[in-house]
Design a protein around this ligand. Structure first.
Ligand SMILES: NC(=O)c1ccc[n+]([C@@H]2O[C@H](COP(=O)([O-])OP(=O)(O)OC[C@H]3O[C@@H](n4cnc5c(N)ncnc54)[C@H](OP(=O)(O)O)[C@@H]3O)[C@@H](O)[C@H]2O)c1
Length: 331
């Protein structure tokens, strides 16, 4: 039997707010969907497809990938390529797709870090896997202390000139390297579109390190990843570690983080969320969006229900001073 063709929901732009990425022409949805987990070859494709369709049907037009998302490496991009062929091809110009290179991808000296050789070959591979002619933004996934930063950044500039990516971004760069990158890219008329960093109620480093204000000053947008601290900032672990959860796999989210102290912080935040009439996930996401410098919040999800819950965050965006003070006690 042939599968029914996907038809995007006609009301997909009705509810999602779009926010400008720094001083650029690009608007991104308040929520983007990341494909780090649950989109690789070891996850059921039917669920990945349901989540991608649901997201797009609700105005989430930005999908965030990287060369090594899986597991296995490359398989999230391959599955995205399947989605392009089956569902999204007619909507390519409505989509904003990112990928990255910077971490371990293939064996030997050219499959990691920040050389021109690695970034260029990796983007070519990503385009083939995703069945795309270009991506919308290509990131250097992390700062490489061994490679001259000029080499990494010039590779990005050249990939724009070659038409393989429209925009460029940097992810997880330390403050001084980020400052250098913003200047270098702007001087070559390829301004940095997005700075991507981990930002959530339990990790406020972008504020304290100064990269959040720096990105804003430099005219770059800022996207927050792991906004729910990989699931800690939800009701997922309030009553133990559910089978199939990210923590149950004990990989990127280790069981050791769920100490009594951590549980009491989560419970405190959960009580506040309930008083606000929200789930903890909704409150944690609304808290990030209250800062206008945050262009988009990249959520991860393992089900359509989680995406639906997270979108409710948009319905109660405001915080009183008392609520912010209470949040500060737990974060
Ligand atoms: N640039 C970088 O270096 C970098 C690094 C990390 C991530 N990222 C990007 O950021 C994206 C998001 O990261 P993340 O997956 O860590 O984000 P996250 O939103 O902090 O965590 C997502 C996980 O939280 C749980 N969850 C989500 N919504 C929930 C809800 N409403 N109720 C209960 N549980 C919920 C799910 O866990 P279960 O799976 O247990 O259900 C889900 O997989 C990634 O996909 C990637 O695109 C970038």
């Amino acid at each position: 039997m042939t599968e029914p063709l996907y038809q995007a929901d006609a009301s997909r732009y009705d509810a999602m707010p779009y926010r400008r990425a720094g001083r650029s022409g690009v608007l991104l949805p308040a929520f983007s969907l990341g494909m780090w987990h649950n989109f690789g070859s070891e996850a059921p494709f039917s669920n990945a497809q349901r989540m991608a369709h649901y997201a797009f049907d609700h105005g989430i037009v930005h999908f965030d990938l990287a060369n090594n998302y899986g597991p296995v490496y490359g398989s999230a991009e391959e599955n995205f390529g399947r989605l392009m062929e089956r569902s999204f091809r007619p909507y390519r110009d409505e989509l904003f797709i990112s990928t990255k290179a910077g971490y371990d991808m293939w064996p030997g000296p050219y499959g990691n870090w920040g050389s021109r050789k690695y970034l260029t070959a990796s983007l070519d591979q990503s385009l083939r896997r995703m069945k795309l002619d270009y991506v919308d933004v290509f990131y250097t996934h992390r700062y490489d202390p061994e490679t001259p930063l000029e080499e990494t950044l010039q590779a990005l500039v050249d990939l724009v000139r070659q038409g393989k990516t429209f925009y460029v971004g940097i992810s997880r760069y330390p403050l001084e390297a980020a400052r250098f990158a913003f200047r270098y890219l702007a001087e070559r008329d390829v301004p940095c579109l997005l700075f991507q960093d981990k930002y959530n109620l339990f990790n406020r480093e972008p504020e304290t390190s100064g990269v959040l204000p720096l990105a804003a000053e430099a005219g770059s947008g800022f996207v927050a990843f792991s906004p729910l601290a990989q699931g800690l900032l939800t009701n997922r672990y309030l009553n133990g570690i559910p089978e199939g959860s990210r923590m149950s796999r004990n990989g990127f989210l280790r069981k050791e983080v769920l100490t009594d102290e951590m549980l009491s912080r989560i419970r405190g935040l959960d009580r506040l969320a309930q008083r606000r009439g929200q789930t903890l996930a909704e409150m944690a996401l609304a808290w990030l969006l209250r800062d206008e410098r945050v262009t988009s919040v990249i959520i991860g999800a393992s089900s359509v229900e989680q995406i639906a819950d997270n979108l409710h965050a948009l319905q109660h965006p405001d915080f009183s001073d008392e609520e912010l003070a209470e949040i500060a006690k737990y974060s």
